[in-house]
Write a protein that binds this ligand. Structure first.
Ligand code: URA
Length: 245
């Protein structure tokens, strides 16, 4: 193991994640990958290689991504937003929740899932025995669509590259996709959420559990038990893999 090799590995890590510039701070604890992982990385075959990085590396990579997004005007949603809602939580989370787009309250506070639907999501996370700080919460698009309309295809295409980068950096063990838009986007399908929910799919080798959006549950509280069933499968799978959340 020599320094040049370590530096090359670190540079490759950031390039694989799509960075054009380097974060200023590095952890000295960067774990050098096996030659198999390196082959996978070069071929783009194995996004989970990022799990080999320390939580400080992931934190630095997430912070650098936020800097890269800047005061984004890559799509028309920038025109009506107050704040970009980048996402929040543990950069080394085992579990990631992905919603659709910020609403009114999220736009004001620049934080995901803090309105009424967000409060329900927070309660669900706590019922799972976790806290918001332990998981990571993001959205397919980072700016509030006007009047909370659905994000349009071109807006999602422009913005979803960033949630993809967040997923690759955090490299969670499981993703819970909240609602139709998030689930259909991650799964590249138009199958209705009622048919997708409750079964694991994969996004770049990471298991994804689609479930109903908390805003839907506010309108249809009788379906809460279905979401509870879905997240229990998530907890079981994490336990089976011996993963501490
Ligand atoms: N709905 C979402 O999909 N995301 C949020 O952040 C808030 C509400």
């Amino acid at each position: 193991m020599n320094i040049a090799e370590d530096i090359r590995t670190i540079l490759t890590f950031y390039r694989t994640l799509g960075f054009e510039r380097l974060p200023l701070k590095f952890s000295s604890k960067f774990e050098v990958q096996s030659s198999k992982a390196k082959e996978d990385e070069h071929s783009g075959a194995n996004p989970s290689i990022v799990t080999r990085c320390s939580s400080e590396d992931k934190k630095a990579a997430i912070e650098e991504l936020r800097r890269e997004i800047g005061d984004c005007d890559r799509c028309r949603l920038s025109e009506g937003r107050k704040n970009i809602v980048f996402g929040e939580g543990n950069p080394d989370a085992r579990l990631m929740f992905i919603g659709e787009a910020p609403g009114r309250e999220e736009d004001i506070q620049a934080r995901p899932f803090v309105g009424d639907a967000g409060k329900l999501l927070t309660r669900l996370i706590e019922k799972m025995g976790l806290s918001r700080e332990e998981v990571y919460i993001g959205n397919i698009v980072k700016c509030r669509p006007p009047q909370n309309r659905d994000p349009e295809e071109d807006e999602m295409a422009t913005c979803s590259v960033f949630i993809d980068r967040q997923i690759r950096i955090i490299s969670p063990k499981i993703i819970v996709s909240l609602g139709r838009i998030s689930s259909q986007t991650l799964m590249s399908t138009k199958v209705p959420i009622s048919k997708l929910r409750g079964r694991f799919f994969e996004y770049k080798d990471i298991p994804v559990m689609p479930t109903f959006h908390p805003a839907y549950l506010l309108r249809n509280p009788k379906d809460k038990w279905l979401v509870w069933e879905d997240v229990q499968k998530v907890m079981e799978r994490l336990k089976e893999s011996g993963e501490q959340i």
